[in-house]
Design a protein around this ligand. Structure first.
Ligand code: ADP
Ligand code: MN
Length: 258
């Protein structure tokens, strides 16, 4: 069967399951994203009624593609880690030091599946700690489903593109999230920047596949890097305390203690 034929077949099958393919445009990315393993996982999620519509692509990142989707009329984000083009080596370093996943080794596929599960559990921990993140809904193999942060089918803007009135207040809010992430969820985000924060009335942290538990040997180094990134960005817009002071507030044995 030629590729065009395969796509048509895929459309028919998935539509037969009651899913509307809302955007024929996704054909362009199917080569890379919708390999057989991914299609099977997608079928399963549809079969379990966790997905009722697959919409247009929202983002094509280094490791993953994000699509808008729906479950019973509610917006969801469908994040699909690409098995072929993901950065295998870099991912391995984050996984190896994390006790929850240190036993994962071997195949590229296995690593991507573990990574997907890791993002799911990181989001769940953050969500349970009351931090504004997408609520994780389900995962299967390399596909993660979470609540959609946006209006209609348009995601909230990344912080770097958002209109913010009071940068000082937003900065303090984000530091409060980082502190709760550290003290309550016992996690370091490890890729915090104006790209991985969405903003609408308040900031939301996203993209937590690489977040690590505090026992990861590089957890402290990742936390320092996160703070540096935040300070670099916010220093352009408001006063920021120096990094050491921020770090002490977050990890310090101050009032609230861990
Ligand atoms: P990547 O690993 O490719 O950086 P991200 O998790 O940062 O993946 O997502 C990339 C983009 O997809 C985000 O900047 C945002 O625009 C969109 N996105 C991701 N998750 C959601 C979500 N839950 N709700 C709305 N948009 C999302
Ligand atoms: Mn990102």
């Amino acid at each position: 069967m030629g590729r065009e034929e395969e796509y048509k077949q895929f459309d028919r099958e998935i539509e037969a399951m009651g899913v509307r393919l809302k955007d024929a445009d996704t054909v362009k990315v199917r080569d890379d994203v919708f390999d057989e393993v991914t299609l099977i996982a997608l079928y399963r999620l549809v079969h379990k009624k966790l997905i009722s519509a697959i919409g247009g692509p929202i983002s094509t990142g280094k490791e993953a593609n994000v699509f808008y989707g729906e479950r019973d009329g509610q917006g969801i984000a469908i994040k699909i880690y690409r098995i072929q083009t993901a950065n295998f080596k870099a991912m391995n370093e984050y996984l190896a030091g994390d006790r929850r996943f240190s036993s994962v080794r071997g195949t590229r596929k296995g690593l991507i599946f573990a990574w997907t599960k890791k993002e799911y559990s990181n989001l769940a921990r953050a969500h349970e700690a009351g931090i504004p993140v997408p609520e994780p809904l389900a995962f299967d193999r390399n596909i993660l489903l979470m609540t959609f942060l946006g209006q209609g089918e348009v995601p909230y803007p990344q912080l770097r593109n958002a209109e913010v009135e009071d940068y000082g207040a937003v900065y303090r809010q984000i530091l409060d999230y980082v502190e709760r992430l550290y003290r309550e969820a016992r996690l370091v985000h490890a890729d915090l920047s104006e790209y991985n924060i969405l903003y609408h009335e308040k900031p939301y942290l996203i993209d937590m596949g690489q977040a690590v538990t505090l026992d990861h040997p590089r957890a402290s180094a990742f936390l320092v890097r996160d703070i540096k990134n935040l300070n670099r960005y916010f220093a352009r817009h408001c006063d920021v305390p120096d990094e050491e002071e921020v770090l002490r507030t977050i990890v310090g044995t101050g009032r609230r203690g861990p």
